[in-house]
Design a protein around this ligand. Structure first.
Ligand code: GUN
Length: 292
């Protein structure tokens, strides 16, 4: 078993981004600038956004966090999105999800200018990605592709099973893994909560991508010997053996599955760190007008 080490890769990639940002500045270009909008402080959003902002600063990029209370109206939020769209100093914009129930996330995502949509959530970017046209690709799937590439994992002709059909991970991941390119050319099965014989399907996966948000769901008997196991889950669970009283767990029962896997991502220290790198890479592309 080999660990797919997100900590190691993300440190490498951050170094590459920092060098690129330094070069842009040396050539008199503008410093890439990421803007994040955070509404309220639900769940882990606060921590996620803080680490995105911190990572930008570490590589020499600008970052701005715009906060709203939970009771912000959709109109106020849309007005802010519009203001960022029109601000030439701001290159990339993300609105952290989930949003409070009175706000329609689709309306908000569609309001973001596709050229600043570094999360790749706008229907235009999703459509362009699906067609294989230049587009911003959702950060987590892009981070997983980067991981497969850097570990030179063979994907062509393999059976890739994606567990979870979320708009931001499962669905784009399934599209990317089937495309005629590396890493891709897989035969893809996209599974979800209504899938029958899920364990059997997972057992037939050469590459298993778990993105369903249920800690420890993937057990050893659901994994083929030698499979590549990618764990997108990240949940806080009670753990009395820890000083803090909790631990972070992925969707894969790591201790049971790791001995069977060919490659596996740890949680934490796996996919999550790659997601932030992809977001920064997209922001550099936005500053350079590479996609649009
Ligand atoms: N919530 C969970 N993951 C993400 C992400 O990648 N981007 C945004 N905007 N919200 C999220």
């Amino acid at each position: 078993m080999q660990l797919l080490d997100g900590k190691l890769l993300s440190a490498q990639i951050k170094g590459e981004i920092a060098a690129e940002v330094a070069q842009i500045k040396a050539e008199g270009g503008k410093t890439p600038h990421l803007v994040a909008i955070l509404v309220g402080n639900a769940g882990r959003s606060e921590t996620y956004v803080a680490s995105k902002m911190k990572s930008c600063e570490e590589v020499g990029m600008h970052s701005t966090l715009i906060r709203f209370e939970d009771d912000v109206t959709e109109e106020e939020l849309l007005a802010k999105v519009q203001a960022v769209n029109e601000n030439p100093d701001m290159d990339g914009l993300i609105v952290q999800l989930p949003l409070p129930p009175h706000i329609n996330p689709d309306r908000v995502m569609e309001a973001i200018a596709p050229a600043k949509d570094v999360d790749g959530f706008h229907p235009i970017n999703i459509g362009r990605m699906a067609k294989g046209l230049p587009a911003y690709v959702s950060a987590t799937p892009q981070g997983i592709l980067e991981m497969l590439k850097r570990y030179q994992i063979e994907t062509s002709g393999k059976h890739c099973v994606v567990v979870g059909r979320s708009q931001i991970v499962g669905l784009p991941m399934s599209i990317l893994m089937q495309r005629n390119d590396y890493p891709g050319n897989c035969t893809v099965t996209l599974t979800h909560s209504k899938t029958q014989n899920l364990a059997e399907i997972c057992r037939s996966a050469d590459i298993l991508i778990a993105a369903l948000g249920r800690p420890g769901f993937i057990k050893a008997d659901m994994v083929k010997e030698g499979a590549v196991v990618i764990d997108v889950g990240l949940e806080k669970v009670a753990d009395p053996t820890k000083k803090s009283g909790f631990a972070l767990r992925g969707d894969v029962d790591f201790d049971a599955v790791a001995p069977k896997a060919g490659y596996i991502t740890p949680v934490p220290g796996g996919v999550g760190l790659m997601t932030i790198c992809s977001l920064m890479q997209n922001t550099v592309k936005a500053a350079r007008r590479e996609v649009y």
